[in-house]
Design a protein. Structure first.
Lengths: 351, 660
């Protein structure tokens, strides 16, 4: 499909957002008490464009932390459809950074591949994704430090790139083009120098992130299994078993289920889980095939940086660095890669 | 933390990056809050017990029944026959109202809460030494202390934020000294690990002070200008020579010397402690001992330097601040001082009884002996949390009327006459005060579950029926009243909290920015006082019949009596049953294998649980977490209490272990 590219001023971008709010359920970056979150907005005055990334990825909107799967009446042995069935109004997620776009692509492949997850599908379908390229990075960001990764990624409907005097807006899909068409009065034509400027900005940022996080070679060594068990165990000594790295990971999809019995009614919920909990891999008679914290940490890293990509041809770690921020043990992905690189399990990467 | 809400349901939690302590982190219990808030097992309506079965009733009927029953008891036995357990889980406003209700509406000072069981000896001990009993520093200062003496606390599991900060401090170069009978996770990061015998803390503390005095590592300027009775201390610690201390505690002389040196000689030094210090019959002595240690070295009253009890429940600091204590009104204003009472009497328009009331432990004994006839328990579960459960159960069953205000049908609620459903933290507004004295807001995210009501509304309704009006429209109005009566909360109001996020007391007026560390220029009592303390043995020492020492505590995945955490799938999966930690030597002697069921017997009770053979505990000591009703450690524990603080000796009792 051919790309359609226009330019939009800052003023008109807000008008565009207002126009989108009338048609879609718009989810966008919002500043709440000093933090940035993806949240539902009513109009463009709720949104903030002054952000590097949100505290959490938009994963929650497609795959909530806890979700009622179904209710069952034991008397009739009948599955009841939940009365509060989710609205299927068209959603639009505005302002997704490239790391989170990569994550959505990965989770899509996981949940919509050979086996389709209907709960995910229901929330994911009819969602328009608006990617917003970064022009600055946070201390935890390491996206382009992963070999082969760039600041660009396909899979968006619309993509915005910041320029000095406005934004480039590109449509990759029919849904995106439809939006451009409907709001055509808000756009102007692009000029060659706009693209040049964007290319320059992207290049500078990609290099900066690589410089901040010089561990491309470490990742390759890790993929080849060149990190010793002792190193993993030493690093894992700091793990405080909170599960936060997995919860906050935009690509992690593990969940557990629970049934609540209330008289004759059963409710089944699913909720996020983490492979770093020992109970996650524990089997009968307390046998655990991944018995130590170090092995669990190693497994998580191998899955995120190697196996996932091999299976789904999509990044298992997008370098968003959120696991580094939430980690009580200071052993998020970026920190661990630096520890391995420096052969210094005790040194912390300060964010 | 932020709750993600869809409709009336919490569907997720997001940590707050801009939070001054957590900085965007949560522990497993925080992360899994949405699992708890799915509401399974929540009480949805008031219940009354008729013929041993609970029946649903309306709020009106429930409240009227409670009031008429209590009024009869008051007429027959007097207001002193009524007791009230307030709650360290409830908000400041709710604790304030509960204490106002007890003193103003019922007319008794018999109000207390679970701080009695965790840090009452901190309050008595630190009040004697400094004049105020709270963490003297802020949690954020931990990372920059040059030496940390951590004792009787396992923060990695019980205070994960503090645990993380201590580990980070070590990585920055801090010398960490761990003194604990168990090899806690942080001992792997420690510069020194000293394993003392349970219940011998005064000996090693005095021993360290003696070494510091003998070696001249004392801070003479500080002692001269800021303290009293130094000579008394010096003569009291004389006999605690390193060899004598080794005899009592088992700590090698050299390690004690190194620990004293590392702590005393460092530029800034923090003592961090938990219930391993406080829950002894010598709890007050242990705490004053630590205060002495801090004062001889001048390690108090500065940034990164002080004495820091780690408070447990979300709002145990606040419940104390609010005067949910038998001897204090808000802000540690003594109830037996006439001027203090008059201030409150004028504001409330009622008389307040002038003598201090009964503590939790005394009220339970009182229920058994017939002194206490009616009890209201808000958000506490003494049938699992208090020592010698069999005695607690017998006593509570003798009550003529028991009311329990709860989220869930707990072990205690089961034996109540009326159970009132209350709203959870996600369903109400208010404030909590955390361990470093910071008052912070909570905001209602979802509607009240079922017919449940927030505690402040329940208390207001009860109070109204007793003739003391509480016409508050919202908790904000309650906080304004608290501020007007409480000097340390004087400058705290919701408008400021909205803007400034948190305020650390003392915060006297609207211009005060709050206080991040205490006692900079002066102690609240003027000069710091050295209270010499002597080592005495625990109430129960091992003998032929009961040769092992049992010490109790907590684990990371569960909280308190498990009322909440055991309903959280993730946490319950991680650890779903109780256990007893036993050293390989002791296990081998009894031919006990790992995971095998064993019987633990004390003079008060027995239980069967799984053995966890581990070197975490030393020889002669076993450890049982107290969360699990099916293997309740408190069946075994000793109800003997500290003479001043009345805190029970949860940390030491004698047991025997039998292979099944």
């Amino acid at each position: 499909m051919k790309l359609q590219i226009k330019k939009i001023s800052r003023e008109n971008l807000f008008k565009l957002i207002d126009s989108l709010c009338s048609e879609f359920e718009v989810i966008a970056p919002v500043k709440t008490g000093g933090d940035i979150f993806f949240n539902h907005i009513k109009n463009s005055s709720d949104i903030t464009l002054d952000y590097i990334n949100a505290v959490e990825s938009p994963k929650r909107f497609f795959f909530p932390q806890i979700e009622l799967m179904f209710k069952m009446d034991l008397n009739e042995l009948k599955t009841l459809v939940d009365k509060e069935e989710r609205k299927t109004r068209k959603k639009l997620i505005f302002g997704i950074r490239t790391c989170d776009l990569k994550a959505i692509n990965g989770v899509d492949r996981f949940f919509s591949g050979e086996r389709t997850d209907s709960y995910y599908q229901k929330l994911r379908q009819n969602t328009v994704v608006v990617n917003f390229l970064c022009n600055e990075c946070a201390p935890e960001c390491f996206c382009t430090a992963i070999p082969g990764e760039t600041l660009y990624c396909d899979g968006y409907d619309l993509r915005l790139s910041g320029l000095e005097d406005g934004y480039l807006i590109e449509a990759e899909t029919e849904a995106g083009k439809e939006i451009l068409k409907k709001n055509r009065l808000l756009f102007s034509e692009t000029e060659k120098r706009d693209f040049k400027l964007r290319e320059e900005n992207v290049k500078i940022l990609e290099e900066k992130i690589k410089r901040n996080n010089p561990f491309a070679k470490t990742i390759e060594n890790l993929r080849k299994g060149k990190v010793s068990s002792k190193a993993w165990e030493n690093i894992a000594l700091s793990c405080q078993d909170c599960g936060g790295c997995c919860y906050v990971c935009p690509v992690c999809t593990c969940y557990n289920t629970i049934e609540d019995f209330e008289n004759e009614l059963i409710k089944r919920y699913r909720y996020w889980d983490s492979c770093l909990f020992s109970g996650f891999s524990r089997m009968v008679h307390a046998y655990n095939p991944i018995p130590t914290p170090g092995e669990r940490l190693k497994y998580r890293f191998m899955h995120r940086l190697k196996y996932f990509e091999e299976r789904y041809s999509s990044a298992g770690c997008t370098g968003c660095g959120r696991c580094d921020v939430v980690c009580l043990g200071d052993i998020g992905t970026g920190a661990v890669l630096m520890k391995i690189k420096n052969k210094e399990p005790k040194c912390s990467r300060s964010l | 933390m932020f709750l993600n809400v869809e409709g009336d349901h919490v569907i997720g939690v997001t940590p707050q990056r801009s939070h001054y302590v957590t900085k965007g982190t949560l522990c497993a219990k925080g992360w899994t809050i949405p699992e708890l808030l799915r509401g399974h097992g929540r009480l949805a309506s008031p219940l009354i017990k008729k013929e041993d079965k609970f029946r649903k009733i309306s709020w009106e009927t429930a409240l009227d029944e409670i009031v008429s029953r209590f009024k009869k008891l008051i007429i027959k036995y007097g207001p002193e026959s009524i007791g009230i357990f307030s709650s360290a889980k409830a908000t400041n406003e709710e604790n304030y109202l509960m204490m106002k209700f007890a003193r103003g509406a019922i007319g008794t000072n018999n109000i207390d809460h679970c701080a009695r069981l965790c840090h009452s000896s901190t309050v008595t001990g630190l009040v004697k030494a400094f004049g105020s009993g709270a963490m003297t520093n802020s949690q954020n200062e931990i990372e920059d202390a040059k030496a940390i003496l951590l004792t009787g606390s396992n923060p990695t599991e019980q205070h994960p934020m503090v645990g993380a900060k201590i580990r980070r401090a070590v990585e920055k170069g801090t010398k960490l000294i761990v003194v604990d009978p168990r090899r806690i996770p942080l001992s792997r990061f420690a510069y020194l690990y000293l394993g003392q015998k349970p219940g011998t803390d005064v000996a090693w503390i005095n021993g360290m002070i003696k070494i510091i005095v003998d070696e001249g590592w004392v801070n003479e300027d500080f002692i001269k200008s800021r303290t009293e009775n130094y000579e008394g201390l010096v003569s009291a610690v004389k006999k605690y020579t390193p060899s004598e201390v080794k005899k009592i505690t088992g700590i090698p002389e050299r390690l004690l010397y190194q620990a004293a040196e590392a702590y005393a000689k460092s530029e800034t030094g923090m003592i961090v402690y938990g219930m391993g210090i406080t829950q002894h019959i010598t709890g007050t002595d242990n705490v004053t001992g630590l205060a002495n240690l801090a004062m001889v070295t001048g390690h108090i009253g500065k940034q990164f330097t002080g004495v820091n009890p780690l408070r447990g429940h979300n709002n145990v600091q606040g419940a104390c601040d609010m005067g949910a204590l038998p001897n204090f009104l808000t802000g540690y204003q003594k109830v037996n001082i006439k001027e203090v009472r008059e201030k409150f009497e004028k504001a409330w328009g009622v008389k307040i009884p002038d003598t201090p009331g009964m503590t939790i432990t005394e009220m339970i004994d009182g229920a058994g002996s017939g002194k206490i006839k009616g009890l209201i328990i808000m958000g506490e579960n003494p049938l699992l949390s208090d020592p010698h459960i069999n005695h607690v159960k017998e006593s509570l069953k003798k009550l003529e009327f028991l009311v329990v205000i709860e989220l869930f049908m707990t072990e205690t609620a089961e034996i109540a006459d009326v159970v009132l459903p209350s709203a959870s933290f996600a369903e109400k507004d208010g404030t909590f005060t955390n361990t470093d004295r910071a008052v912070q807001r909570i905001r209602q995210a979802v509607p009240e579950f079922g017919e449940s009501l927030p505690d402040w509304k329940i208390i207001s309704e009860l109070s109204k029926r007793f003739g003391l009006k509480m016409d508050y429209r919202c908790p904000e109005e309650v906080m304004d009243e608290i501020a007007s009566l409480t000097p340390i909360y004087g400058g705290i109001n919701y408008k400021r909290l909205e803007k400034e996020k948190y305020l650390q007391w003392p915060c006297a007026d609207k211009n005060s920015k709050g206080t991040s560390y205490l006692h900079e220029k002066e102690f609240p009592r003027g000069k710091g006082y050295f209270n010499p303390v002597e080592f005495t043995e625990p109430d129960e020492v091992p003998d032929k019949e009961f040769p092992m020492v049992l010490t109790t505590g907590r684990i990371y995945y569960h909280w308190h009596t498990g009322t909440m955490t055991r309903k959280v799938g993730t946490l319950e999966r991680e650890v779903s049953e109780g256990f007893v930690e036993i050293n390989p030597f002791d296990a081998g002697k009894r031919k006990i294998k790992n995971s095998e069921n064993v019987k633990i017997i004390s003079r008060r009770g027995e239980l069967v649980t799984k053995a966890l053979v581990t070197e975490r505990v030393p020889e002669g000591v076993v450890f049982i977490p107290f969360h699990f009703a099916e293997a309740a450690a408190n069946l075994l524990t000793n109800p003997a209490v500290d003479r001043e603080a009345k805190i029970p000796e949860f940390k030491v009792c004698s047991v025997k272990i039998e292979k099944m």
